[in-house]
Design a protein around this ligand. Structure first.
Ligand SMILES: Nc1ccn([C@@H]2O[C@H](COP(=O)(O)O)[C@@H](O)[C@H]2O)c(=O)n1
Ligand SMILES: C[C@@]1(CO)OP(=O)(O)OP(=O)(O)OC[C@H]1O
Length: 160
């Protein structure tokens, strides 16, 4: 029997007025957006950390420092491609990814099919193996006040 590993990832970014909002590779139309060193795609960062964690390969900031200009403003789809290459070097393939976005607004349900398409392409896996879900924080805390966005992800990776 092959080896199966589970991974978990979490990320959080501030929301700032009149800032682009990229989530799951999709540019959302919204009055505010996630702020960071890269494109601040909180969903992709959580997925990257889940994959890296499953392969025992440290975390996203270890591989892509926020002090390094190479990653400034970079699309996190590119970071995901790098991460997938790293776990492949260790002989792993992705089983599935399940993710949760905690965001007060906007509603992301209409954009989930496009997010799955982008992630599937970047990770070279089937859309069937990617699940994305969303919840508001019921108007409580920093998420509820629309000051920030959070994402969690788990994944399975496997090798023969
Ligand atoms: N940013 C979000 C948040 C939620 N959704 C969808 O709405 C459903 C209801 O959310 P509650 O937090 O009020 O339970 C949720 O299950 C999601 O399907 C969304 O699309 N975008
Ligand atoms: C992705 C990186 C690198 O550009 O920057 P941010 O966009 O700020 O994202 P974060 O989730 O804080 O972690 C990793 C970073 O080093």
């Amino acid at each position: 029997m092959g080896k199966i590993k589970v991974g978990f990832g979490f990320d959080v970014h501030q929301l700032k007025e009149n800032h682009p909002f990229v989530l799951g590779g999709v540019k959302l139309e919204h009055h505010a957006g996630a702020y960071g060193h890269s494109d601040a795609d909180v969903l992709l960062h959580a997925i990257c950390d889940a994959l890296l964690g499953a392969a025992n390969l440290r975390d996203i900031g270890f591989h892509f420092s926020n002090k390094d200009d190479r990653w400034k403003g970079i699309s996190s789809l590119v970071l995901l491609q790098h991460v997938v290459a790293l776990i492949k070097e260790k002989g792993f393939t992705i089983g599935n990814i399940d993710a949760m976005v905690c965001l007060e607004a906007p509603k992301i349900n209409p954009h989930i099919p496009a997010m799955k398409t982008y992630i599937a392409e970047a990770a070279a896996i089937s859309e069937e193996d990617i699940s994305i879900k969303a919840t508001t924080n019921e108007q409580m805390g920093f998420i509820g006040r629309e000051e920030g966005v959070v994402a969690y992800a788990v994944c399975l990776i496997e090798k023969e």
